[in-house]
Design a protein around this ligand. Structure first.
Ligand SMILES: C[S@@+](CC[C@H](N)C(=O)[O-])C[C@H]1O[C@@H](n2cnc3c(N)ncnc32)[C@H](O)[C@@H]1O
Length: 281
């Protein structure tokens, strides 16, 4: 089942209210109910790490039931994780634009692995097409069929003929829509994988890249700084089953030093919340 292979879908608990009751954590039930009133909170509780969740974060418009739902939605949209995702999107777009502008390829092939609804990819393709400072063929891959369908419809509505989306598993190179690329984007996926699988994915991407091609990826930093944020992080880890390998900048760089990439550059996106990685083949 595709759902089992969605690496970013970390929730392991079937019924959160039942789990809270069984654990004697009745005091957390109001938090759960409040989350369910908010549009982002509901998606977070049901499908943490989904393409839909990600797109709501990018849309950044509070939605929810009643005034309280909208207020809580606004709170969640302003959370470090949400802000970090938006700054990652901006950093990705800036970097892609720069890489395409300086690419020696006549037609730069870009593959986004785990592209979700591809809001950023569609935006940057539009920009590149309109500036005519580089020709691109852009591909997106995601295991979520709804995400691929939505991304395809959005690209079609914008008349982007050089964008193709396919359903496939990031961990199965045979599923990829292209077998050579100049740039691979991998955002919001690798961190959810256990170390061995993550390294295998990086290796697979390295093999697929053309000589001097780039992997542009992210690694989310430990965002919980103050006691309230630490409390929220604890809640999500406990109740959603989120088990992330939180690495700092030095550890991410060390991980990349074990890979066959060269010229690995890391930098924090705006807000210092998300570590960006650019690695050359
Ligand atoms: C957190 S979202 C990030 C979406 C997008 N990369 C972005 O930065 O906006 C993670 C995405 O990875 C997709 N995904 C998770 N596991 C996957 C897998 N095994 N193969 C392909 N896509 C996967 C999810 O469906 C989701 O769209």
């Amino acid at each position: 089942m595709a759902g089992d292979r969605l690496v970013s879908k970390t929730r392991r608990i079937e019924s959160i209210p039942l789990h809270l009751l069984k654990q004697g954590k009745v005091h957390l039930l109001p938090v759960y109910c409040m989350a369910k009133l908010s549009r982002l909170g509901s998606e977070l509780v049901l499908n943490q790490g989904s393409a839909e969740y990600q797109d709501l974060v990018y849309l950044n418009q509070p939605q929810g039931r009643f005034v309280i739902g909208k207020i809580f939605d606004k709170y969640l949209l302003n959370f470090p994780t949400a802000r970090g995702c938006r700054s990652r999107l901006a950093a990705t777009q800036e970097t892609l634009e720069r890489l395409v502008a300086s690419s020696p390829a006549k037609n730069t092939v870009i593959l986004d692995v785990g592209c979700g609804y591809a809001r950023g990819l569609i935006g940057i393709t539009e920009t590149i097409n309109s500036r005519k400072n580089g020709k691109v063929s852009v591909y997106g891959l995601d295991l979520d069929e709804t995400a691929v369908e939505t991304a395809s419809v959005r690209a079609k509505e914008k008349g982007l003929a050089n964008l193709t989306f396919v359903v496939g598993d990031a961990l199965e190179p045979g599923d990829y829509p292209v077998h050579s690329a100049d740039i691979v984007v991998l955002n919001g996926v690798a961190q959810y994988l256990p170390y061995d699988q993550r390294m295998r994915l990086y290796h697979n991407i390295h093999s697929l890249l053309n000589e001097n091609g780039y992997l542009l990826t992210d690694y989310f930093c430990n965002w919980a700084k103050n006691p309230i944020q630490k409390w929220w992080k604890g809640i999500s880890e406990q109740f959603l089953g989120v088990r992330l390998d939180w690495l700092d900048k030095g550890e991410v760089e060390e991980m990349f030093s074990k890979l066959p990439f060269r010229n690995v550059t890391t930098w924090y996106s705006h807000d210092d919340l998300c570590l960006m990685v650019l690695a050359e083949k």
